[in-house]
Design a protein around this ligand. Sequence first.
Ligand code: DQA
Length: 144
Amino acid sequence: MKILIIHGVNLNMLGERETDIYGSETLEDINAKIKNVATENNTTVSFFQSNTESEIIDKIHSAGKTVDGLIINPAAHTHYSYALRDALACIKIPKIEVHISNVYTRESFRHHSVTAASCNGQITGLGSNGYILALQWLLMTKNA
Ligand code: DQA
């Protein structure tokens, strides 16, 4: 099984960005943690981070043809990018949206996700473990 993890805008700054909210793990730390669990489960993971909406959209389109599942943290685009929402709707593979922080306990503009409806589900507020739970769900889906 091949899984792609897309990290959206500003997530390259994890580890130094608002650590009271996002914790001290860097993106590299999180990716290493995901990769360990994937390897234990004979699963191939690839990672993509971009601060550019069009690059993320192109990556989503290609994921539909190249991988079996997608985990995406659309970051701030979650709350307003209909383009990203439509890109996710274009592809038929299982997709899950992850947020490190609990967006529902934060500013009201974060309470609405325009992208989640194009995904199978959403995990929010469980820190970097949310990515691991998303991976486990994709593995369950594969074995169902
Ligand atoms: C985030 C939550 C978003 O509201 C925010 O814009 C982010 C990160 C999270 O992982 O908690 O950049 O997606």
